[in-house]
Design a protein around this ligand. Structure first.
Ligand SMILES: Nc1ncnc2c1ncn2[C@@H]1O[C@H](COP(=O)(O)OP(=O)(O)OP(=O)(O)O)[C@@H](O)[C@H]1O
Ligand SMILES: [Mg+2]
Length: 264
C-alpha cells in the first residue's frame, strides 16, 4: 500500500461540446507525464474519453464487455475491478458503455442513489494507488452528474468562448447551488476557457463577462483552437503524446500546472 492521498476531480458542464473530454484527457496525460498516478473515469455514453486513448475497435469491445462503468454502477460494484491500463505509464481508465444512456433509470430505484459512484470509489481512495482520479461527465444535469459531483473533491468547468457557452454556464451554476448541501466537499477549481479563437473579439467579451461574475474563479490559462487537438484525437492520442511541442500541448501543460496550484 503506497498511501497516496487520492484527489478526485470532475469535468462538468451541461453545455455540450465545451471541451470537457478534451480537457480531461489532456490534463490526465499531462499529470501522468509529470509522474503522478492517474485514473480516468469515462462517465459519458459517448465514450469519448475512452476514444482519447484507445482505438474505436478497442473501445467498442470494452463497451460490449461487462467490464465497464455501466455494469459497475448498475450492480453497485467496487470500481477497482473495472480498471484497464492505457498504453501510457501511470495512466489508467475505467471505460464507459453506450448503455450509460440508461443510467438514470438504473439509479432511480436505488437506495442513496446519489452516492453509488462515491461508494464505488472507496477502495480506490483507501488503497492510495492514485494521486488523481479524473471523471469526465456527459453534457447533462441530473442524477448521474449528481453522483459524479458527490464522488468528487473538486470540479473544473470547461467553457467554450461563445454566447451560448455562457448561457449554459448559468444553468450549471444553478445546479451546483441546488445540490450544494449534498456536495459540501466540492471545491470549484474554476472555469477554464477552451476553443478560444483569439482572432475573434468575442473571446475578450467572454473573458470580461466571466470576470464580472466575481464569485466565479476563472483559470488564467486558456486553450486556443488548434487542429492538432483534432488530429491527435483522430489517432486516439492526447495532444501531448501526439505532438509535444505543439501550441495546444504546451497550453495543456500550463493549464495542468494551474490545476495543481489551485488545489493547494
Ligand atoms: N482546442 C481545440 N481546438 C480545436 N478543436 C477542439 C479543441 N478542443 C476541443 N475541440 C473539439 O471540439 C469538440 C468538442 O470537444 P469535447 O468533446 O472535448 O467537448 P465535450 O464538452 O466533452 O463535449 P460533450 O458535451 O459532447 O461531451 C471535439 O470535436 C473536439 O475535437
Ligand atoms: Mg465529452
Amino acid at each position: 500500500m503506497e498511501g497516496r492521498q487520492t484527489r478526485v476531480l470532475c469535468f462538468a458542464n451541461n453545455k455540450g461540446g465545451s471541451g470537457k473530454t478534451t480537457t480531461c484527457s489532456n490534463i490526465g496525460y499531462a499529470l501522468a507525464s509529470m509522474g503522478y498516478r492517474v485514473l480516468m473515469v469515462d462517465g459519458d455514453m459517448q465514450l469519448n474519453l475512452s476514444l482519447a486513448f484507445f482505438s474505436e475497435e478497442e473501445v467498442l469491445a470494452m463497451a460490449q464487455s461487462e467490464k465497464n462503468l455501466y455494469y459497475a454502477v448498475k450492480n453497485q460494484r467496487d470500481l477497482i475491478d473495472y480498471i484497464v491500463h492505457t498504453p501510457y505509464e501511470g495512466l489508467d481508465l475505467i471505460p464507459s458503455s453506450t448503455l450509460m444512456s440508461g443510467i438514470e433509470y438504473e439509479l432511480f430505484t436505488k437506495w442513496q442513489r446519489e452516492l453509488i459512484l462515491q461508494k464505488g470509489l472507496k477502495t480506490i481512495r483507501a488503497q492510495g494507488e492514485y494521486d488523481y482520479v479524473l471523471i469526465d461527465s456527459p453534457p447533462t444535469l441530473g442524477g448521474w452528474v449528481l453522483n459524479i459531483l458527490c464522488a468528487s473533491d473538486g470540479i473544473m468547468i470547461p467553457v467554450e468562448a461563445s454566447p451560448w457557452g455562457l448561457f449554459g454556464l448559468a444553468n450549471m451554476f444553478e445546479f451546483l447551488e441546488e445540490v450544494r448541501e449534498m456536495t459540501p466537499q466540492l471545491k470549484l477549481l474554476g472555469v477554464a476557457i477552451t476553443k478560444v479563437d483569439t482572432r475573434k473579439n468575442y473571446f475578450r467579451q467572454t473573458l470580461d463577462t466571466l470576470h464580472e461574475m466575481s464569485e466565479v474563479p476563472v483559470f488564467d490559462s486558456y486553450i486556443r483552437v488548434d487542429s492538432t487537438v483534432e488530429w491527435a484525437q483522430d489517432e486516439s492520442k492526447p495532444v501531448l503524446a501526439y505532438r509535444r511541442n505543439s501550441r495546444s500541448a504546451q497550453e495543456y501543460l500550463t493549464m495542468t500546472k494551474e490545476v495543481l496550484q489551485r488545489w493547494q
